[in-house]
Design a protein around this ligand. Structure first.
Ligand code: PNS
Length: 163
């Protein structure tokens, strides 16, 4: 069932986007009228891919979803939501280990504004998947082509070869 006229955000670093992220975005897109994928562009963190590269990869990866758009964000997620009249944050939960921190963030965000957090259980096939692990495996020459879109795999191989 789709909530009428409702907008949600799927926030993250997406360094790089994985099939696990896309699973959550696709399911958010089926629940809400509009979904904004918000790519954190915080300068302080070291990233493999620049904000522009991460946003370009995501834009390509969600191209088949007409009600999804990609934006960069810095600062507080709740400010981003308030400015766009977004009342729901959609987050994937892979395992119990995700829950503590995600619950803490959800409660902090709801104390800052009226935004609700909606947790979506990650599909079992992607429950072990994290961008950090994908990068680590790829950096040692492991094959991650089943875990990310083809063009992300190509970008990973090229970036790690040049590093
Ligand atoms: O992919 P990540 O790194 O797990 O994403 C974390 C992200 C970007 C969703 C989270 O760090 C975030 O919301 N950052 C924005 C700053 C903010 O609002 N911090 C307060 C969180 S309660």
């Amino acid at each position: 069932m789709r909530a009428a006229g409702r907008r949600a955000v799927c926030p993250g670093s997406f360094d790089p986007v994985t099939n696990g992220h896309l699973d959550i975005v696709e399911r958010a897109a089926s629940l809400f009228d509009e979904v904004v994928v918000a790519v954190g562009v915080n300068q302080s963190k070291r990233r493999l891919f620049s904000a522009d590269e991460r946003m370009a990869m995501l834009t390509r990866a969600v191209g088949h979803l007409p009600n999804v758009r990609v934006e960069g964000f810095s600062g507080l997620l709740t400010t981003f939501c308030t400015e766009r009249d977004i009342h729901a944050i959609v987050k994937g939960l892979r395992a119990v280990s995700d829950f503590d921190y995600e619950l803490q963030m959800a409660q902090m965000n709801s104390s800052l504004s009226s935004v609700e957090t909606v947790f979506v259980p990650t599909s079992p096939e992607w429950s072990f998947l994290a961008s950090s692990l994908v990068k680590e495996v790829a950096s040692y020459g492991g094959d991650v082509s089943a875990l990310v879109p083809d063009f992300v795999n190509d970008a990973l191989v090229a970036r790690l070869r040049d590093a």
